[in-house]
Design a protein around this ligand. Structure first.
Ligand code: PBG
Length: 316
């Protein structure tokens, strides 16, 4: 077995899994203001960016040959009805228009969810202490249509309401956006690894948690049902999230479904590697590449990762 491991050119020749910048999607946080570049303490190197700064970051993503960016919004104000999520001049809608003006070719994906826009931080309309499923679908559909109208290339619902893909597909089609694909966060677990993101997006729930809508981590078969339903409802791309603790789910989904498969290496996965590297306990660059290749090897076609720019630079 060692003959083909002897030298890097030989190893490269027989390498089974490849990683390319075009497979990586960079998550970005857009906030109000001008010239704002506020670093997120728990996610070193990642910032809340005002629209002007965001466009610069997107130009860099484009130069590096990334597959695209996914946008999360921090609105001016939050309310019970998440009105900032579906406002025609909402923060994400403004950001998409600005990016598309400067960089029409860059693939812009928008996260469709309510948690950044509700005063209570939950992903939908709270009725009687819990998130009501069907009334939340109306907000999500309106948000997706407003993102498409602003020029988003792909909409990505992350709320985990039942029936949201069908509701969004119907609304997009009715508004004339029959060509806008849906990337569904199909198997999204109620994970502790979203912690740093909630600081970044200012979206931690004020009471309770998300376990009544996000998946229970011990369940694998249930993830297959979630994915199957989303594909039936019209999802064009499916996602498993988080990535590294759920490689088995990525592999199962790859073997079972033939639609493009994305995986989200989430904030906590990123921050753990960066923290260990800063302590000198691990080689951060190698940990980054090894985890990204592991996610690809498990079967993901696309990876959403805060390492997208660093990995692309290393691959260049
Ligand atoms: C919104 C959303 C979350 C993430 C992506 N979209 C947070 C959550 O569900 O609480 C997490 C991403 C990350 O941790 O990097 N619902």
């Amino acid at each position: 077995m060692r003959r083909l491991r002897a030298r890097e050119p030989l190893r490269r020749l027989v390498r089974e899994t490849r990683l390319e910048p075009s497979q990586l999607i960079l998550p970005l946080f857009v906030c109000p203001g001008e010239g704002v570049r506020r670093e997120i303490a728990a996610m070193p190197g990642n910032c809340q960016l005002s629209v002007d700064e965001l466009v610069k970051e997107c130009a860099e993503a484009s130069r590096l040959g990334l597959g695209g960016v996914i946008l999360f919004g921090i609105p001016e104000s939050k309310d019970e009805r998440a009105s900032g999520a579906y406002a025609e001049d909402g923060i994400v809608q403004r950001a998409v228009r600005a990016i598309k003006r400067e960089l029409p070719e860059l693939v812009v994906i928008t996260d469709v969810c309510n948690c950044e826009y509700t005063s209570h931080g939950h992903c939908g309309k709270v009725v009687g202490g819990d998130v009501d499923n069907d009334s939340t679908l109306e907000w999500l559909a309106a948000t997706a249509v407003s993102h498409a109208r602003a020029g988003a290339d792909i909409v990505a619902p992350s709320d985990m309401m039942d029936g949201r893909v069908a509701a969004i597909r119907r609304a997009l089609d009715a508004a004339g956006f029959t060509q806008t694909p849906i990337l569904s966060y199909a198997a999204k677990y109620a994970s502790v690894f979203y912690g740093p993101f909630r600081e970044a997006a200012e979206s931690a729930p004020r009471f309770g948690d998300r376990r009544s809508y996000q998946m229970d981590p011990p369940n694998a078969r249930e993830a297959m049902r979630e994915i199957e339903l989303d594909i039936e409802e019209g999802a064009d791309v499916i996602m498993v999230k988080p990535a590294l603790p759920y490689l088995d789910i990525i592999r199962m989904a790859r073997e079972r479904f033939d639609v493009p498969l994305a995986a989200y290496q989430v904030s906590g996965e990123f921050s753990m590697i960066v923290a260990a590297a800063r302590n000198g306990w691990i080689d951060g660059e190698r940990a980054m590449m090894e985890t990204l290749v592991a996610i690809r090897r498990a079967g993901a076609d696309l990876i959403l990762t805060y390492f997208a720019k660093d990995a692309a630079r290393l691959l260049a």
